[in-house]
Design a protein around this ligand. Sequence first.
Ligand SMILES: NC(=O)c1ccc[n+]([C@@H]2O[C@H](COP(=O)([O-])OP(=O)(O)OC[C@H]3O[C@@H](n4cnc5c(N)ncnc54)[C@H](OP(=O)(O)O)[C@@H]3O)[C@@H](O)[C@H]2O)c1
Length: 363
Amino acid sequence: MASASTIFIAVIGAGGVGKCFLTQLRDLAVRRPSPKLSLCYISTSRRALYNDDYSAINLDNAIDVLAASSKAPPTLTDLVAYLSKAPGKAIIVDNTSSQEVAETYPTALKLGVSIVTPNKKAFSGSYQLWQDIFQASAASGAKVYHESSVGAGLPVISTLKDLVETGDEVTKIEGVFSGTMSFLFNSFAPVIGSGGKWSEEVKKAKALGYTEPDPRDDLNGLDVARKLTILARLAGLPVESPTSFPVESLIPKELESCSSGDEFMEKLPSFDQQMEEKKASAGDKVIRFVGSIDVGAKDVKVGLQTFDPSHPIAALKGSDNIISFYTKRYGNNPLIVQGAGAGGDVTAMGVTADLIKVIGQLA
Ligand SMILES: NC(=O)c1ccc[n+]([C@@H]2O[C@H](COP(=O)([O-])OP(=O)(O)OC[C@H]3O[C@@H](n4cnc5c(N)ncnc54)[C@H](OP(=O)(O)O)[C@@H]3O)[C@@H](O)[C@H]2O)c1
């Protein structure tokens, strides 16, 4: 039975991250019985599970029951209205990459519903949406946390916020923000040895599940640009959108018009020479796909850069991310956050940690 101290949780999206999050939520609810955490809603794009009286959905088999549900999801407006009338505080956990869901955050927050999400869309879309979200949160007191929108579960956003809020001066942020790009360049241009052919490495990364189903979605640099937009805004730069600064795409011009990912993969070997030349032009250094923000110069960019083999960015392993914060307090030795920047469990960990922060402030 729900009581005023119950926190109502609505999970939108039950894919790779959503499923891991539900497991973590089930364990969290057992470890921390008060306030009671009650799953009142769960949906994918086609199915939903919820009860009009907000009674709890069993966390042990929510995924199976959702898969068998014949209920279609309500409109997002109706969902937000439903949650705003819950007999206790409500939190939306958005585990989708949907722009439409992201655009409902200001309305949800205005109505007192908090948001926790790994979805980058709301925070890297228009600057207006960013302002609407944080103004709505400030006005209603509802919370919004999105640690896993950059670097998955790595403490990137919380670290940057702490630096800024404690009065340090962040001068530069630089790093490898994509597990896919990390994997590709660590094997295409390793510190030791000559590495494989570009198209072969892309094929390998796709087969291992490191790329999006259509690898062009990684190679166009937009995913990294979205992460840089979020960090630049948190560092105080009013970046308009992820397309308002230079982003180097690794899709050859001639292949931009391919009608499918498969056609792109078929034709990519003809362009291996272009990437070989870039690799060779680095000389004694190695090339890496990085994002950087020069806060003082208000300069944000994403693309290929060369690094000395002894540089931490060059020495990165596997599909790890690395993010260096250069600040006045840290001087010449940046504060570095490094580790797995993708994967269901680690991403869901960032989401669950955010949820715990919100619960701590609402309870
Ligand atoms: N996976 C990672 O390593 C990682 C790392 C960092 C951040 N993230 C972020 O985490 C989020 C989830 O990633 P994922 O890998 O779990 O994606 P995914 O496996 O594709 O799952 C997405 C889920 O969202 C559902 N969905 C999509 N649009 C929806 C809508 N409008 N309403 C309700 N449900 C909707 C999908 O349902 P259908 O199946 O019915 O379409 C699916 O259940 C994304 O924003 C991603 O960028 C992921």
